[in-house]
Ligand binder design. Structure first.
Ligand code: S3P
Length: 439
């Protein structure tokens, strides 16, 4: 991971502008991967330039899909010819980089395709739990060897899968998706029951690709084997990237920003409702539907006198629809008056970094007191400007890097952020876009 340092001065005036954010990372992974395994060809437009999605593109190509740039359709457009669920056996391990979505979804998709393969990744990904997919995939017949403690690399022998019923102990769209994707090649019915509703991009896209993914007694079911049909996807803007600018505009008095073309899928915009509960003024306008996903704009107007935010309780029911935005919500909570208690969020400990520890360290650097709990944290809001944090070291985690940059806007002096290059995992243009909003 990059070790470069970026210096962020405090905001001198409001942030202003109308912008678009890069294509949604979750939808982009799926659009590339599912079409790469589908029958036929598809055009995928609006892809983000981040490293995570690039890991999926490189891996899918290695597995036999033909993926070519389609420059006449836009800079981030790809034409994909799928391998129709008959991937080429990869000679070398597939490197998923920093991307949990690439590893977990590919493991499910590939396990029943009748080839041996190995999935690996960077040091952060090799620390993350993979037993949560390896165990249920083994129940389906996959022969998987993990590193100790159920970690990557995952070595999978040539296997044949049978449809199985799964009850998911953790609320995870990645695990749900891995098992539904395994259901495409399994013989018989695969059913997945979630412990809490998580992002549903896999369901939406598989249905758009003609897969009969139906609900039965609260479970999502697929009758395999079945080959999805390639379908064009226009990837909408990533709400998780938009979240950083929304919080920045909420925290900086006199701001007025509008973000267009954002994915407004309800399973993704829980953070907007949580920010509103804190007292932020955010307008949501749905303008259409793109590839089955609601799309529209988000606008924040903060008066010159600033917005008075108050602490709130964020509990397990709120967590799945805001899981990736909890670090930036914690920055908003740090600027609010009173206590914000986040609970039911133990999953944060197994993200790209331990995001409970990373957020606590980040906010402590800005003079904000945070108590960690195993499944969350209590943030004692500063209610005003932050204290200085000359240096911030966000553990090489892209979302903590961007959260640090937003917090720096409220600091009394410039803040140096170490390892800022990690933002490129999801949002390489982040710092330029942030600078462009200053007035
Ligand atoms: C993702 C699901 C979430 C999220 C991750 C992307 C996806 O992970 O944190 O950034 O694309 O399915 P979990 O499903 O493991 O919670």
């Amino acid at each position: 991971m990059s070790s470069d340092v970026v210096s962020i001065p405090p905001a001198a005036g409001g942030l202003s502008g109308s912008l678009r954010v890069p294509g949604d990372k979750s939808i982009a992974h799926r659009a590339v991967m599912f079409n790469g395994f589908g029958q036929g060809t598809a055009l995928v437009t609006g892809l983000p330039a981040g490293l995570d999605v690039n890991s999926t593109i490189v891996a899918t190509r290695k597995l036999g899909a033909v993926i070519e740039a389609a420059p006449q359709q836009g800079v981030r457009a790809l034409r994909i010819r799928g391998c129709a669920m008959k991937p080429t056996r990869p000679i070398d391990p597939i490197d998923c980089g920093n991307s949990g979505t690439t590893m977990r979804l590919l493991a499910g998709l590939l396990s029943g395709c009748g080839i041996a393969f190995e999935l690996t990744g960077d040091a952060s990904l090799r620390r993350r739990p993979m037993g949560r997919i390896a165990i249920p995939l083994r129940e389906m017949g996959a022969v998987i060897v993990t590193a100790p403690k159920g970690r990557a690399p995952l070595r999978v022998r040539r296997s044949s899968l049978r449809g199985t019923q799964h009850l998911l102990p953790v609320a995870s769209a990645q695990v749900k998706s891995a098992l539904l994707l395994a259901g495409l090649s399994a013989h018989g019915r695969t059913c997945v029951t979630e412990s809490a509703a998580t992002r549903d991009h896999t369901e939406l896209l598989l249905r758009a690709m003609g897969v009969d993914l139906h609900e039965q007694g609260g479970a999502l079911c697929i009758d395999g084997p079945v080959v999805p049909q390639c379908v064009d996807v226009e990837v909408p803007g990533d709400p998780s990237s938009a979240a950083f600018f929304l919080v920045a505009a909420v925290l900086v008095a006199g701001s007025d920003i509008r973000i267009d073309g954002v994915c407004l899928n309800p399973t993704r915009i829980g953070f907007v409702h949580l920010l509103k509960r804190m007292g932020a003024k955010i307008e949501i306008e749905t303008t259409g539907v793109c590839g089955g996903e609601a799309v529209g704009s988000l606008r924040v107007v903060t008066p010159r006198t600033g917005t008075k935010l108050c602490g709130i309780e964020i509990s397990d029911a709120d967590v799945p629809a805001a899981i990736d935005e909890l670090p930036i919500l914690a920055v908003a909570a740090a600027a609010a008056s009173g206590r914000t208690v986040i609970s039911g969020a133990a999953e944060l400990r197994v993200k790209e970094s331990d995001r409970i520890a990373s957020v606590a360290r980040l906010l402590a650097g800005f003079g904000v007191s945070v108590q960690e709990q195993p499944d969350g944290m209590t943030i004692h809001g500063a209610g005003g400007a932050f204290r200085g944090a000359a240096d911030s070291d966000p553990a090489g985690d892209h979302r903590i890097v961007m959260a640090a940059a937003v917090a720096a806007l409220r600091a009394p002096a410039a803040v140096r952020i170490r390892g800022a290059g990690a933002a490129a995992v999801s949002y390489p243009e982040f710092f330029d876009t942030l600078e462009g909003l200053r007035t």
